[in-house]
Structure formats: structure tokens, C-alpha cells
Design a protein around this ligand. Structure first.
Ligand SMILES: Nc1ncnc2c1ncn2[C@@H]1O[C@H](COP(=O)(O)OP(=O)(O)OP(=O)(O)O)[C@@H](O)[C@H]1O
Ligand SMILES: [Mg+2]
Length: 350
């Protein structure tokens, strides 16, 4: 049920297209407060979306349109995200200059850093402020997204009758969501680990800036596929077992499954561990003070406790609603799914 707020409130709709589900959130900003009007998770048939890119536009559009109608979302302007792996993000330095001069020279400067064909990319940039090493320079984040991916994604939303007026990048949205919700961590070295359906992303951030990101090709979908193969069951059965619905399976099956799950967890955690070690080895042996876990697959078994004990860094589940006012009954389990969507909606509510 959509809650309506009075005149003066600004609405923003964020839509995150995931490989296993779409997340929709509508926020209202009133004064300095953000309210959640609408929250929905739309499960998708397998293969409809792959790696955040829509493959089956017709069925995905009908699911999305039904959800928006059901929740009374009438705002057509929406904020969407492009998967980070189709985007090059770099922080460069340029001498301080007027915005108009920067506008005309950034393209030529950016060419030196972008490995894609410049005719095939859309370029955007954000002036971050003084360069830490040379105060007469500005640090500038350049963001180059592949045009075909951006067009594919925005065509999909136009087909749904929506106007994707802001196109963000999912990893940037996730970090913005974190900075908004955990301002007390601003000065600390923090790792956000998102374990989704298609992959795992390890971010290391400090002072609102990304210092490092690595994508690990392990996600919930391939974990379910491995379980299905190992126990000779179909994908849906394997998904049920993985998410804790054992049905009337025998004790022998359960213990064999738990051993197998431990093996999977060990592999995921050792990849995350290696990534953090790699960052530390290249950054004066600095380790993150804390790991924040998000993404649906971060609900797998006892992954949080295992990360804490094996990597030896305090870990907790990230709450993307921490500084939002929640009008709905909510269970902690949905926290894991909304990190990117909240970041997108916040962009539109700024
Ligand atoms: N209780 C649970 N235990 C383990 N895994 C779970 C649980 N609930 C959901 N998952 C897994 O979480 C994954 C979905 O997570 P999430 O919604 O973050 O991914 P997505 O946004 O759809 O995909 P993408 O990786 O493209 O962002 C699925 O693979 C699902 O199997
Ligand atoms: Mg996702």
C-alpha cells in the first residue's frame, strides 16, 4: 500500500534490475527526512535477466508494470543502475579550472584512461575536490559506460512507460547508500561485500571515496547450480534447500548437504580474504576496520560469523534502511536485497 505525503514532499523511485529479482523502492523526502512509501521485490524467472542486463524484455516489463500498478507508483521518472562491470570508473587529477573549461577538456583527458572505443561510450564526471597530493589540482571521478548497454537498459524502461531520467552505476549507488546510512564510518577504512545472484563484489572505501573494487565470479545462481548437480536435483529444489527449506529430507541428506555447504562457504570466504589481503599488500598493510555484508547470498548459512572468524575482521549485516523512516512492517531478511535500490532512490531524492 503506497503511503502519500503532503505537498512539499519530493518522490524518488529507484529500480534495481537484479539477476534473480527486481527491487523497487519509492522514497519521499520531506524536509531532511526520507520516508519509504513503497518497497517491492519481484522474483524473476531464471534467465529473464543475466548479470543485471534484461534478456527477456516482454516478461520482465510485465512483472515490473504489475508491481508499480499494485503499489500505486504513479511517478514515471525513475532512477536506474547500470552494472559496474560495463563501466570504467577512474579517479584522475586535473588542474583547477572553470566548469565550462573542464567540460570542454575532460573528454580529451579521459581518452588516456578509457580502454573502450571512445565512440562507444557515454562519459560523465564528478569533481571530488582538492587532490590529496597536489592542492592546485582537482580530483575528478570519470565514469565511462558502454552506450549499447545504457541504451538497452533505458529502452527497456521506456517500453515500460517509464522515464529513466537518472542512470547511475550500481556499485556507486551501493557506496552512496552506505555513506548516507553510516556517516560515523566516514573516516574509517571499510569494506562492503555484496554477495548477489550473479557475482560477489568487494569494495574498499574511505572518506566517501572508493579505493578499490574487485568482482569475484561466484554468486547465488552458480552456487544453486552446483548444489543441483552434486545432489542430482533440479534448480528449484536446490534453491529451496540452499535457503533452508529442507522439506522432509533425511538426516543423512542434511548432514551431507551441510558438509557441501561448508565447502562452498570456505571457497567464497577465501576469495574475499585474498581480495582484502591483496588490497592490504598494496596499501601499506592497511586492513579494513570492518566488513559490511549485503546481497541475498550473504544470507547463506553462517557466512557472517565465518567471515569474522576466518578473515579476523569484525563483520555485520548492512542495513540500507538505517537512516530512512520505515512505514512498513519489515523483517531483517529484506535488508540484504535493497542496498543498490536505496542508493538509486537516494540519487533521485537529492
Ligand atoms: N536465505 C537465503 N540463503 C541463501 N541464499 C539466499 C537466501 N535468500 C536469497 N538467496 C540468494 O540470493 C540471491 C539473490 O540475491 P540478490 O537479490 O542480492 O541478487 P540480484 O540482485 O537478483 O542479482 P545480481 O547479482 O545481478 O545483483 C539468489 O541467488 C538467492 O538464491
Ligand atoms: Mg543485485
Amino acid at each position: 500500500m503506497a503511503l502519500k505525503f503532503g505537498i512539499g514532499s519530493k518522490k524518488s523511485v529507484g529500480i534495481d534490475i537484479g539477476s534473480s529479482s527486481i527491487k523497487v523502492i519509492e522514497l519521499s523526502k520531506s524536509g531532511h527526512k526520507y520516508y519509504i512509501d513503497v518497497l517491492d521485490t519481484i522474483d524473476l524467472p531464471s534467465g529473464a535477466v543475466g548479470g543485471g542486463i534484461v534478456n527477456d524484455a516482454a516478461s520482465t516489463a510485465s512483472y515490473l508494470k504489475n508491481s508499480l500498478a499494485k503499489h500505486g507508483v504513479s511517478e514515471k521518472k525513475v532512477v536506474i543502475g547500470i552494472p559496474c562491470k560495463h563501466v570504467i570508473i577512474k579517479t584522475i587529477e586535473m588542474p583547477k579550472m572553470k566548469p565550462s573549461e573542464l567540460e570542454s577538456s575532460i573528454y580529451y583527458e579521459a581518452q588516456r584512461y578509457i580502454t573502450y572505443d571512445m565512440n562507444e561510450v557515454s562519459l560523465d564526471y564528478v569533481v571530488l575536490g582538492d587532490s590529496p597530493s597536489e592542492p592546485s589540482n582537482n580530483a575528478i571521478m570519470i565514469i565511462a559506460g558502454k552506450k549499447d548497454i545504457i541504451e538497452n537498459q533505458s529502452d527497456f524502461f521506456h517500453e515500460c512507460g517509464l522515464n529513466p531520467y537518472i542512470i547511475d552505476v550500481d556499485c556507486i549507488a551501493l557506496e552512496n547508500m552506505f555513506n548516507f546510512n553510516y556517516p560515523e564510518e566516514f573516516d574509517e577504512l571499510i569494506s562492503i561485500v555484496k554477495i548477489g545472484a550473479s557475482e560477489t563484489n568487494v569494495h574498499i572505501i574511505q572518506k566517501g571515496t572508493n579505493l578499490f573494487r574487485r568482482d569475484i565470479p561466484i554468486g547465488g545462481i552458480n552456487i544453486t547450480e552446483e548444489i543441483a548437480k552434486k545432489f542430482q536435483i533440479n534448480f528449484n529444489e536446490a534453491e529451496n534447500i540452499k535457503t533452508g527449506n529442507m522439506g522432509n529430507r533425511s538426516e543423512d541428506f542434511k548432514s551431507e548437504f551441510n558438509i557441501y555447504l561448508d565447502m562452498i562457504l570456505t571457497r567464497v570466504i577465501s576469495e574475499i580474504h585474498r581480495t582484502i589481503d591483496y588490497f592490504a599488500a598494496n596499501n601499506d598493510k592497511q586492513y579494513p576496520k570492518k566488513i559490511y555484508l549485503t546481497g541475498g547470498s550473504a544470507l547463506l548459512g553462517s557466512i557472517l560469523q565465518e567471515i569474522e572468524s576466518k578473515i579476523n575482521i569484525p563483520a555485520s549485516n548492512l542495513n540500507p534502511f538505517r537512516n530512512l523512516l520505515f512505514k512498513h512492517e519489515s523483517s531483517d531478511a529484506i535488508h540484504n536485497f535493497f542496498g543498490v535500490a536505496v542508493g538509486l532512490a537516494l540519487r533521485g531524492a537529492e
